[in-house]
Design a protein around this ligand. Structure first.
Ligand code: SAH
Ligand code: SF4
Length: 349
């Protein structure tokens, strides 16, 4: 049986016309039930005849991930541990942003990249998520917020924008990533605006060029080190792409006016957080085209890294500004519920 959430609009059209032998206007109706109204049972599709609903139920499902665990932080961040149909666990995080939320999505179960500081990396790679599993996280997150009274049925969605920054490496699941990005902004669907999404990646030139051509999202590059040598130490697999090749590819990434490429720089105490590293970083990036997000490492038991000193983080930021580089210290949201990448799942196992 196919999960209808795995189909793009065009594939849903083929399903309606070819498999169901229905007229084309049914496509929009069905798309709206699935994505805007968030229906999970064919019998709730009240503008479809009974025979048609039964026919659909015989050949297709509408499968959402289930909620295995909810953790709410004092700062309003919510972390959901989700169970997929085959029992695998992934996580998604809802982060308050003004009166609405940003949602952080996973794209794989585990991750093959094995970055030394990352819990997901420790788990290894299990499998890619389908498009329905990627966007199913949004359906579950939106319902969770609506049930809590955030946003109403007629108002704008309680979820304003998405960051592909959860478990997994989005650009290594490129096909489903692009399908999900294309489906998001559609009318009668989730209606999450074009270009409001950000894809976090360690950076693969070929895939970045494809993402750039689609104009569907902006990249956030997990840089974490200003030199090839240091990067190879903490992100050995990611660093197989030479840093100069990555920077060259980013220099060519198409940006519209006022858009910038984000660099994520995780500060690991005593490893990459000196002022010398800040100087090297400022030299590496094109200050007119990028902004740098500084994130203090969330120390995790059993990992060989420690959090940086608070003063050091501020000095690092100041040094970047001194060189004319736009930089922000990103608040580490939900620290009390271990909202960083892979931490909740690691606890569960
Ligand atoms: N694989 C992609 C996206 C998922 S990781 C990537 O690496 O960009 C999302 C972000 O969380 C990355 O910038 C990653 O370096 C960061 N991260 C991983 N472990 C972390 C930790 N313990 N504390 C803070 N950030 C962490
Ligand atoms: Fe994978 Fe990103 Fe973690 Fe590296 S930081 S192991 S790429 S999820």
């Amino acid at each position: 049986m196919i999960n209808l959430l795995d189909l793009t609009y065009d594939e849903l059209e083929a399903f309606v016309v070819e498999d169901l032998k229905q007229p084309r206007f049914r496509v929009d109706q069905l798309f709206q039930w699935l994505w805007q109204k968030g229906v999970r049972d064919f019998s709730d599709m009240t503008n479809m005849g009974k025979a048609l609903r039964e026919k659909m139920a015989g050949i297709a499902t509408i499968t959402w991930p289930g909620i295995a665990k909810v953790q709410e932080s004092r700062d309003g961040t919510v972390k959901l541990l989700l169970r997929l149909h085959d029992g695998k666990l992934i996580e998604t995080v809802l982060i308050p942003f003004k009166d609405r939320f940003s949602q952080c999505l996973s794209t794989q179960v585990g991750c093959a990249m094995g970055c030394k500081f990352c819990n997901t990396g420790l788990l290894g790679f299990e499998r890619n998520l389908t498009m329905g599993e990627i966007l199913g996280q949004v359906l579950v997150g939106r319902k969770f917020l609506l049930d809590k009274g955030v946003g109403g049925p007629d108002g704008p969605s309680p979820i304003r924008n998405l960051v592909y920054m959860g478990m997994g490496e989005p650009l290594l699941n490129l096909d489903n990533l692009l399908r999900s990005l294309e489906t998001l902004p559609r009318e009668n669907g989730l209606s999450i605006s074009w270009r409001r999404s950000m894809v976090s990646t360690v950076g693969f030139p070929e895939q970045l060029r494809i993402l750039g051509k689609t104009e569907l999202a902006l990249p956030a590059i997990s840089l974490h080190a200003p030199t090839q040598e240091l990067r190879a130490q903490i992100m050995p697999k990611a660093a197989r792409v030479p840093l100069d090749e990555l920077m060259q590819c980013l220099a060519e990434f198409p940006l519209r006016p006022r858009e910038r490429i984000t660099f994520e720089y995780l500060l690991l105490g005593g490893v990459n957080d000196s002022l010398n590293h800040a100087d090297q970083l400022a030299k590496l990036v094109d200050k007119n085209r990028v902004k740098v997000n500084l994130i203090a490492y969330n120390a995790t038991e059993g990992m060989p890294f420690s959090a940086p000193d608070r003063d050091q983080v501020e000095a690092f930021e100041k040094r970047l500004w001194h060189h004319g580089v736009t930089a922000f210290i990103r608040r580490s949201m939900g620290a009390d519920i271990k909202a960083a990448c892979g931490q909740l799942k690691a606890d569960e196992q």
